[in-house]
Design a protein around this ligand. Structure first.
Ligand code: 4NP
Length: 152
């Protein structure tokens, strides 16, 4: 079973959206048993909080199921526990490395690097644009799943 951890800054917008969007893709394709999916944030600011309402509203609009979320901060031990640690933007990736130390096993990636148009995912907490975040995350999740399934 491959273990994947999506990471953003607060763990209340982009990374939980990625967690539930990816889980939904797995369920649609009947691949849920092959993967363990979770999310975390590089900051402790929102630790313990539920997903932001703007992210929940967007998932509701797109009929993506989600459960009660409890934000948590990324820990150094996560590096051992997960096979893939996926940041939303270059800034996240730098902060992930700061927490886990050197990426010796090449587990850390940026989500949209799994697409034909590698780029950062803007933070909807600041932009207010959850539609753009949703579309970017979906594109990245599809690219990541294709990469993972082709590897096997
Ligand atoms: P996220 O968005 O990284 O996509 O969860 C943010 C949520 C909260 C904060 C920053 C980013 N904050 O500073 O509280």
């Amino acid at each position: 079973m491959k273990k994947i951890l999506f990471v953003c800054l607060g763990n209340i917008c982009r990374s939980p959206m990625a967690e539930y969007i990816f889980k939904n893709l797995l369920n649609i394709k009947g691949l849920g048993h092959k993967y363990c999916i979770s999310s975390a944030g590089t900051s402790s600011e929102e630790a313990g909080n539920d997903m932001y309402w703007g992210a929940k509203d967007k998932l509701d609009e797109k009929n993506i199921p989600y459960s009660k979320h409890k934000a948590r901060q990324l820990k150094q031990e996560d590096y051992k526990k997960y096979d893939y640690i996926i940041g939303m933007e270059a800034y996240n990736v730098r902060n992930i490395i700061r927490i886990i130390g050197e990426d010796r096993e090449g587990k850390v990636y940026r989500l949209l690097d799994f697409t034909d148009n590698p780029r950062d995912i803007d933070d909807p907490w600041y932009t207010g644009n959850f539609e753009v975040a949703y579309n970017d995350i979906l594109e990245g999740c599809k690219g990541l799943l294709k990469h993972l399934e082709e590897k096997q």
